[in-house]
Design a protein around this ligand. Structure first.
Ligand code: ZN
Length: 148
């Protein structure tokens, strides 16, 4: 195993053991609950958004190291970003995992998950938290469209 690969695994394990933003946010105004039955991963995402900015974000859940580390990294990456920036990051991360354009040099810790590209079932684990983010952001847009 290359040193780089080993370093990436260490980053993933470190996020898994000490997840960032691993809590429920009582004042959340957006949330989403997603699961990956193939692996038993579950994530409930809480977002407090104000003026289309992510003021606070947290998650609860359980499952494999990749799904939980990815949730920890995702919440750290999008905290204090706008919903549009979060959407962009989401599509870049997905593209990285699906073998599309490689933005990994701009993705900091998130690029540690690029290694799962080779394992399609693990890609689902890595994308789970991002799916939750997508759903939460979409629910914000629906709510806005419904507003008078
Ligand atoms: Zn998993």
């Amino acid at each position: 195993m290359s040193d780089v690969r080993q370093l990436y695994q260490q980053i993933v394990m470190e996020h898994y053991r000490r997840p960032r933003n691993h809590f429920r946010i009582e004042a959340a105004n957006l949330s989403a609950e997603v699961s990956n039955p193939l692996c038993g991963d579950r994530i409930t995402l809480y977002v407090r958004a104000h003026d289309r900015m992510i003021v606070d974000i947290g998650f609860e859940g359980g499952g494999c190291a990749i799904s939980q580390a990815s949730a920890s990294m995702m919440t750290s990456a999008v905290k204090e970003k706008s919903l549009d920036e979060a959407n962009l990051l989401c599509s870049r991360f997905e593209s990285m995992l699906r073998g599309g354009e490689d933005y990994s040099s701009n993705l900091a810790d998130l690029s540690a998950l690029a290694a799962v590209r080779a394992y399609p079932t693990r890609v689902r684990c890595a994308l789970l938290a991002w799916r939750a983010l997508n759903e939460a952001i979409e629910s914000a847009q629906t709510a806005r469209a419904d507003a008078p």
